[in-house]
Design a protein around this ligand. Sequence first.
Ligand code: AMP
Ligand code: ZN
Length: 477
Amino acid sequence: MLKVHNTLSRKKEEFEPLEGNHVRMYVCGPTVYDYPHIGNARSFAVFDTIRRFLEYTGYRVTYVTNFTDVDDKMIDRANRDGVAVSDLAAKFIAEYRQIADELNLKPATVNPRATEHIDDIVEMVGLILKNGKGYAVDGDVYFDVSELKEYGALSGINPEDLSAGARVDVDEKKQDPRDFALWKAEKPGEPSWESPWSKGRPGWHAECSVMGKHYLGIPFDIHGGGQDLIFPHHENEIAQSTAAYGEQPVKYWLHNGFLTINKDKMSKSEGNFATAREVLDNYDHQAVRFYLISGHYRQPLDYNDDALRQATQSVERIRNAVDSVRGRISILEKAGSREAEADEKLSEAIAKLSEGFVREMSDDFNTPGGIAEVFAFIRELNTLTPEVGGAAVLREALATLGVLLEILGLEMSEKKVGEGDSSSSEVLKGSIDLLLELREDARKAKNFATADKIRDRLAEIGVLVEDTKDGPTWKLK
Ligand code: AMP
Ligand code: ZN
């Protein structure tokens, strides 16, 4: 049974999709005004892992993640750089796609852009006004928070405590400082669209409400994003959807914790950030992905070189184990199978791995728990591999490991699991044949010490040499 922590109830709840086997999921995507930092990348990797686990569990997932391609940050940056907002968006959407590829994010079912949904936004704002939950002033439209008793339910923020200048914009046109903009009349140098109230542009919160509803219908199952989005962004999404459509838009709200530097939230505005680009340029891509999901998604994750070095070592340990298994498979393919106690033990370890991994991930996507299960298995695999007598169980080990690593977004090799590696097995066979030839040469030269040493050392690594009347042959122990 899968349990997920719902920010709305502040509890872990049993996960049950609203509609049979289908999970509808919306994750707030990047505002494409600059290079994403590694903190943004954490949010992307976390929700990709959650999606992958849901799919592994057997759900069909419709995964929507947007590009915020018009808002205050976009306009400020475009004006500063002297470029059109649309060109700025195109540049950083391309950059995001490159990063997404390197982090092995599964392509979303759809990546809508806010500017493609202006008509839908105008329609929603119209409904809010019609339902008496908003007001228009000089071409701007605001949401009237005082009309909504449940405002604050998601964030736990008491609306009475919100004062102007605290965490809400000050704007003398607002009836109440807590009210927020649904539509903003055009200012010089800003992109704008026609609407019944003014030529203007949507407020940021309106964009996500509308795109979620458009692609998923409401209510839908999961809405994700970083913890910084709980208030005001997601609180306001709930307010808008309930005011316009009379429904809570989302069943489960999931929020990732911050990636921090020296315990402070990584953020562009504070200047304490590393871009995803520079981190991916400096470290193995799989190690970066591993690092991003190595902590529990709701906990903070600190960014430092040490953490990335450790992630690199962890990925290396997995690769080494996989390589040894492949080597052993090719030896067994040449030499034939035999009965061995280790096979049974490995079979049990494989079952334990699957069971343990799924148990951990079913507890609110506990990736550190799942990863601990993987490494417990790797330790056993390293011990058992040289003792295993049949290739089948080793192939099963690789297949199981491959499937579970894929949930974490890790792919250990381009080779298909269990394919075997004919070139390395040829090299291995050739090397043993060569050693036996050298042993024969040593014997002919009466250098029996060297001949015996070769035989003994081969025995130590599991190769049994037998001298027959037709010359020496070898097989695996
Ligand atoms: P933005 O492009 O600023 O809209 O952010 C894209 C996503 O990254 C959002 O879900 C944010 O909540 C998330 N995010 C921003 N900063 C951090 C951080 N330091 N750690 C984790 N997630 C973050
Ligand atoms: Zn959003």
